[in-house]
Design a protein around this ligand. Structure first.
Ligand code: IMP
Ligand code: MG
Length: 216
């Protein structure tokens, strides 16, 4: 395969704080009564960027078999939109990884709960992730997948917090640099909620009053 460009550019963070939008969305029935702190990326912004990413990916793979491998669950919305913007043949499969929880997470113990049935050998593998945070999941998965002799292995992440110190495999395709706060929507969850929001947002703490008292 021809050399891929060094790294596809990352959009500077277009996170915007829009109190009036957030106030409107606090009435969003999908939010379980929670209020939006800020919309990090709204639906049209995401849509535009996904279209660009699709074009970048199409150009990056002029030949060979391309297998787009979605890391569940978080990538499912992004992946569904992304593959429809890729203008070349491809196959789709998924994998499910599980970490052993907080106590052992620092040791990087990640196991595959669902292992893709598709053969990876000799194929271009594009691993699609929702968000890169500590990078532990990716570090481990890339090692596991590389052992299966793909023709190439690249990562496409919708969001990148750029906080991972020990990230051994940088995503080649990134949707947006993300603010270092807990985000939900467009596949991202908090306790399995909010995955179906069409935008990416941070939420106010449940016990935070939406209008802060002016008393000191
Ligand atoms: P990492 O191994 O720390 O990079 O973990 C990445 C995974 O943690 C992502 O695939 C998400 O499932 C989850 N995650 C990390 N940051 C967030 C966030 O801000 N909101 C929701 N999920 C997150
Ligand atoms: Mg995830």
């Amino acid at each position: 395969m021809p050399r891929l460009p060094e790294r596809h550019y990352i959009h500077s963070m277009t996170a915007v704080s829009r109190p009036e939008g957030a106030a409107g969305l606090s009435a969003d029935p999908r939010l379980l009564g929670r209020a939006v702190k800020r919309i990090a990326f709204d639906a049209p912004t995401i849509q535009r960027r996904v279209r660009e990413l699709g074009a970048e990916i199409t150009a990056a793979y002029p030949d060979g078999d391309l297998l787009v491998l979605g890391l569940l669950k978080g990538s499912f919305v992004f992946l569904a939109d992304l593959v429809r913007e890729i203008g070349r043949p491809l196959h789709v499969d998924f994998l499910v990884a599980s970490s052993y929880g907080d106590a052992t997470e620092s040791s990087g113990l990640v196991r595959m709960v669902y292992d893709p049935a598709t053969t990876l050998e000799g194929k271009h593998i594009l691993l699609v992730e929702d968000i890169v945070d500590s990078g532990r999941t990716l570090n481990k998965l890339v090692d596991l997948l590389k052992a299966r002799a793909p023709r190439s292995l690249e990562i496409c992440a919708m969001l990148h917090k750029n906080v991972a110190a020990g990230l051994r495999h940088q995503p080649r395709f990134v949707g947006f640099d993300a603010p270092n706060e807990f985000l939900v929507g467009y596949g991202l969850d908090h306790a399995e909620n909010f995955r179906h929001l069409p935008y990416v947002a941070s939420l106010k703490q449940p016990d935070t009053p939406s209008v802060a008292p002016s008393r000191r």
